[in-house]
Design a binder for this molecule. Structure first.
Ligand SMILES: [Mg+2]
Length: 407
């Protein structure tokens, strides 16, 4: 199949209201609502085929900047065959100026292009395993005391979730509810929240806890044993992931499965080292780490070892990986982050439909394409455009539209 040669790569950036600040504590910081920037990367070809990927304030995905696309990506990819994904991935992965996030953004757009050109979803291109995935509700951190989490957990159970993950106090002093740089963590207060959540939902709901790496080894052992007492399902990213040795000892010490590494660079290569070290019981990755290509290599490697791998966060790219992998390896779709009183089911302004609609039994029905299945609200995007071309789509969005440059 021919989709021509790559002729252009553009970044369309636009305003998106957000309350996530992400500057002071490093994680989960909530601010007053303000304008953030969301972006779409668009790869086009001389045959008219196009591919998209997204990044920015909505979701956790790397938004390519027009500067890095102009200076690094375009000189490499213009004139290349977009179907040579493996060749292009290896070339970009070797380039010292290309981060794993940027690589993931471009790689995902190439997969989207191939799916759109074929008229099928990326999951089908990879070999589809399923159309729906069990979700867990993933809380934002620092929401308040145990009662707040207990109410949110009950609301999630009523909504249909079969599983619920706690992010408790992260870089936050629970006594003053003010940011605490670095350590100390709050292991006892975190356990109080986990205990309240278990009491609120009863014995059957699957529960997880993710302190986002703030514990010392001793704190991690203490909390892990408490989670075992409370019947939690897995224990995610308890310590700094730059060291594997404490993780190896923690896995030996605890019965509850430890799920990591979430934030370690190195894509499937670093996950292979963690597997060799037996440093976690469940792997973790997302498309920020080298895109669809690297994530598929990672989940297939984990499957070969009989080790599960949980995809980090939602999004269309991770949804494609989940659709092409069995539940034995990738059990859950992470839905969130959830805040009390915020309706997560309302799609973000730049999409007509979300990537993760969930039924009353707690299953996310995966996008069915073509490509990654983006359903862009081009009216919103064009009206709030900051840079890049204006896109008009008339009929199926395969890239044939009228475009005009910004004045
Ligand atoms: Mg996590």
């Amino acid at each position: 199949m021919s989709s021509g040669m790559i002729t252009d790569i553009e970044v369309i950036s636009f305003r998106m209201p957000t309350s996530s600040q992400g500057t002071k504590w490093g994680y989960g910081e909530v601010a007053a609502e303000h304008d953030g920037v969301q972006s779409i990367t668009r790869i086009s070809t001389d045959s008219g085929a196009v591919g998209y990927s997204t990044g920015g304030v909505h979701s956790y995905f790397y938004g390519a900047s027009s500067a890095e696309v102009e200076s690094i990506i375009k000189p490499m990819l213009i004139g290349q065959d977009p179907w040579d994904r493996e060749l292009l991935w290896n070339w970009m992965a070797q380039h010292r100026g290309i981060s794993e996030g940027l690589l993931g953004n471009i790689d995902s757009a190439l997969w989207d292009l191939a799916g759109r050109a074929s008229g099928v979803s990326v999951a089908k291109l990879l070999g589809r395993a399923r159309t729906k995935v069990k979700a867990y509700g993933s809380t934002a951190p620092n929401l308040g005391g145990p009662d707040v989490y207990a109410r949110l957990a009950r609301a999630c159970k009523t909504r249909g979730y079969q599983a619920f993950k706690v992010h408790a106090y992260i870089f936050m002093d629970p006594r003053t509810m003010t940011p605490t740089p670095g350590k100390p963590a709050s292991p006892r207060e975190d356990v109080e929240i986990c205990e309240a959540v278990r009491d609120a939902v009863g014995p059957d709901m699957l529960l997880m806890h993710d302190p986002w790496g703030v514990y010392s080894y001793q704190e991690a052992v203490y909390v892990g044993r408490e989670l075992e007492r409370l019947g939690f399902y897995f224990y995610e990213h308890p310590m700094d992931e730059r060291r594997t040795e404490p993780y190896r000892r923690l896995c030996q010490e605890l019965d509850i499965p430890v799920c990591s590494p979430e934030l370690t660079d190195g894509m499937h290569y670093s996950r292979a080292e963690w597997l060799l070290q037996k440093a976690s019981d469940i792997g973790r990755i997302d498309v920020n780490f080298g895109g669809i290509t690297a994530c598929k290599k990672a989940v297939d490697m984990y499957e070969s070892f009989g080790v599960p791998c949980e995809m980090h966060v939602g999004g269309h790219g991770n949804a494609a990986i989940l659709g092409a992998t069995t539940e034995e390896t990738c059990e859950f779709f992470e839905r969130g982050l959830l805040y009390p009183g915020v309706d997560y089911d309302v799609p973000p302004l730049y999409l007509n439909t979300p990537c993760d609609p969930m039924d009353e039994h707690g299953f996310v029905h995966l996008p069915d394409g073509p490509g990654l299945g983006f359903d862009f609200n081009w009216d919103y995007i064009n009206d709030n455009r900051l840079s890049g071309p204006e896109i008009f789509v008339d009929g199926p969005d395969v890239g044939v539209g009228t475009r005009q440059a910004l004045p």
